[in-house]
Design a protein around this ligand. Structure first.
Ligand SMILES: Nc1ncnc2c1ncn2[C@@H]1O[C@H](COP(=O)(O)OP(=O)(O)OP(=O)(O)O)[C@@H](O)[C@H]1O
Length: 303
């Protein structure tokens, strides 16, 4: 077995004038949970569709599980799982298993994704989160070695999300490779070893989540103290620190921007002046800030 589950080079896909993927490279080692993240229209679904063999690239090469682009052992879904609304959850999985010639313990699979209690209910009445979980169960029929999932946490409540996370991490621990997409950095940070950040069809970052957090340049920090007027004067004097103008004139709160050393110096000077510090924290979480900065959405989102 190859130690690389996905190796893509120069993948390009256009739809008319729209370049959905522009020379995308992707490397995913076997056993890794890899996240694709990016704003709407970044090309995530298109890339996942290529991995699933639902479409072919205009240019570029794709190797999956050490073979060609249409390797055995790849499963998943894009744009929501395809299910029969009039059949029950159990009947859906049993029908799929029969179609694929698999002899799977359908109830064990439903239990794994937390749907055993509703196994006899028609899928028609299922919530989005329940459909997502049934779609995951369907993708697990036949024990895929590469699982490709488009927004698997979409519509899940916190308990459902935790359950899906557990199923996916167990699979990865057992050696399967998972490539999944999300709009949300926090979902991916909790689950993924590495992420690839796409913006308008191009890879703008690929690597460990911690490295992405470090990509953000100087962040804006909210500063609350017991004496805002003195704090403002002190902050203005700290070398390398800037005051970010605020639209609302909130006398309680300042927003400052600068490297960590400048923030350290600010805290030292506030303490020396006897100004009690109530809050000093990033306005936007570091991962989210990196996402916004790298995808060019920074200014629209921050206003
Ligand atoms: N079948 C298609 N026909 C025409 N244009 C398409 C098609 N599929 C995708 N596109 C276009 O390609 C670009 C990338 O779309 P894609 O769905 O891959 O992005 P995405 O990152 O999955 O977005 P979202 O987060 O909104 O799902 C978009 O501009 C989209 O409009």
């Amino acid at each position: 077995m190859s130690s690389t589950a996905v190796r893509a080079r120069g993948l390009t896909k256009t739809f008319g004038d729209v370049v959905a993927l522009d020379a995308v490279d992707l490397d995913v080692p076997a056993g890794q949970v890899h996240g694709l993240v990016g704003p709407n229209g970044a090309g995530k679904t298109t890339l996942l569709g290529l991995l699933l063999g639902l479409a072919t690239p205009d240019r570029g090469t794709l190797e999956l599980l050490g073979g060609g682009p249409a390797a055995e052992g790849v499963a998943g879904f894009v744009d929501g799982p395809g299910l029969y609304p009039t059949l029950t959850a159990r009947q859906n999985l049993a029908a799929l298993a029969r179609l694929r010639g698999e002899s799977t313990d359908v109830d064990a699979l439903l239990d794994r994704v937390g749907l055993l209690d509703v196994a006899g209910d028609p899928v028609r009445g299922f919530s989005l989160g329940m459909r997502q979980r049934l779609g995951l169960a369907a993708a697990l029929l036949g024990d895929p070695r590469l699982l490709v999932l488009d927004e698997p946490a979409n519509g899940l409540d916190p308990a459902g999300k935790r359950q899906v996370h557990r199923v996916l991490t167990d699979l990865a621990d057992a050696g399967a490779t998972i490539v999944l997409s999300s709009h949300r950095m926090d979902d991916l940070a909790a689950l993924c070893d590495e992420v690839t950040l796409l913006a308008t069809g191009r890879v703008v970052f690929s690597g460990p989540v911690a490295k992405l957090a470090a990509e953000s340049s100087d962040l804006d920090y909210r500063l609350r103290t017991a004496d805002p007027a003195t704090a403002r004067r002190i902050a203005t004097d700290v070398p390398g620190l800037g005051l970010v103008p605020q639209r609302s004139v909130d006398t309680e709160e300042l927003v400052v921007r600068g490297p960590e050393q400048a923030l350290d110096e600010l805290v030292r000077r506030l303490a020396a002046a006897g100004v009690p510090l109530r809050e000093l924290g990033p306005v936007v979480a570091p991962l989210e800030a990196a996402f916004l900065a790298l995808t060019g959405a920074e200014h629209e989102e921050r206003r």
